[in-house]
Structures are given as C-alpha cells and as structure tokens.
Design a protein around this ligand. Structure first.
Ligand code: ATP
Ligand code: MG
Length: 177
C-alpha cells in the first residue's frame, strides 16, 4: 500500500481507459496489494470478461464485482434495473473505499453512470474527498464530469486517432473484453 494515494481518471473516446486501469491492477497485485475492481454497467450476459476469468488466479488479493446488465453504453437508454445496479455498485464501492482494506480501487465506467445521472455526483465527491489517505482510486469511462476532473490528481484523455470500430470491428474477446 502507498503512503499517499491519489485519484486518477481515464476518460475520452479512444481505446485504453479500462485497459489502463487493468494494467494498474496487475502492477499493484504484483506488489501484494489488495485490489478491488467494480465494473459499472457491465455484467456477464453472454460475454465472459477476461478480467473476471483471470481474477481467480490472484487468490484473495483481487476482487472483481460486476454491477450492470451489459446494455448501458453512452445513451440515455436506461431503465430502473440499470439504476438499481448502479446504486448497488456504488454501495459496494463506498463501503470498500471507507473500509481501508484495499490499496487500489478501480471504479470502471463510473463516469458513464454519473454522466447519465444514474449516480449522484455529490455522493461520489463526498466519498472521494474522505477516502483513506493510502488508497489509490481510479475512475474510468467517457465524459468524466468536470467536477471530478477538477478534484482528481491525474487525468488522462484517450484520443482516438484511429479506432477499428469505425471500420466495423466490434469488441473482440481477449482484446476488448
Ligand atoms: P478498453 O476496455 O478496450 O480499454 P475503453 O475502456 O477505453 O476500452 P469504453 O468506452 O469502455 O472504452 O468502450 C469500449 C467499447 O466500446 C469497445 O468494446 C468498442 O467496441 C466500443 N466502441 C468503440 N468505439 C465506439 C464508438 N465510436 N461508438 C460506439 N462504441 C464504440
Ligand atoms: Mg471501458
């Protein structure tokens, strides 16, 4: 665990936000930290995410929780079940952040939930402000709210110089999930 943990944000439309966070998890695990990944909007509905499949290999040091139905993307096409899942994820995140148990917590796609109004920005800000000093927190997802960008210590915007999605290459197993 670190002496001083910071808040990081990976946002923007280019590929690499979730993979950057997963890379950090791998690195932290290598140093024996306890890591929690909460995947907002994602669930194993037909797809098995590689990170879920590999989480068992890290004994008790890596926890991955999915809190979504795999259908919320970047639109407002959400319903009550999606809100419930986001709220459940935030409940787990909040308890974990305040528990002092983890060295690194990744809130994957939480920016999307905030952007779509599925979670309250004030609640998230409040908890982040009161995070344990030694905890590093990573938030990912497009359209990070400006107030969180202002609060974070590191913000990287992935820029899509080229993305194969534009030539019809959909998410691939082992590369995108
Ligand atoms: P990765 O997990 O590969 O690091 P990411 O976290 O940076 O990606 P997300 O915003 O989470 O990116 O979205 C990833 C998914 O969105 C990919 O599976 C990709 O197929 C899909 N995608 C990419 N570009 C677009 C686009 N322009 N419109 C809609 N979907 C897209
Ligand atoms: Mg992502």
């Amino acid at each position: 665990m670190l002496e001083n943990g910071y808040i990081q944000i990976y946002t923007g439309d280019g590929k690499g936000k979730t993979t950057a966070a997963l890379g950090l998890a791998l690195r932290a695990l290598g140093h024996g930290w306890k890591v929690l990944i909460i995947q907002f909007t994602k669930g194993d509905k037909g797809t098995t995410y590689g990170e879920i499949a590999s989480s068992g290999r890290f004994a008790d040091n890596l926890d991955v929780v999915q809190c979504g139905l795999d259908r919320v993307c970047y639109s407002h096409n959400t319903n009550i079940e999606d809100y419930k899942e986001a709220k459940r994820g935030w409940g787990i995140a909040k308890d974990a952040i305040l528990s002092g148990k983890y060295g690194l917590i990744i809130l994957d796609e939480i920016n999307i939930c905030l952007d779509l109004g599925m979670l309250k920005l004030e609640d998230v800000k409040q908890v982040l402000m009161n995070k344990p000093r030694n905890l590093e927190i990573v938030l990912t997802g497009r359209r990070a709210p400006q107030e969180l960008v202002a609060m974070a210590h590191l913000v990287t915007e992935m820029q899509p110089v080229k993305h194969y999605f534009d030539i019809g290459v959909m998410a691939r197993r082992g590369i995108e999930y």
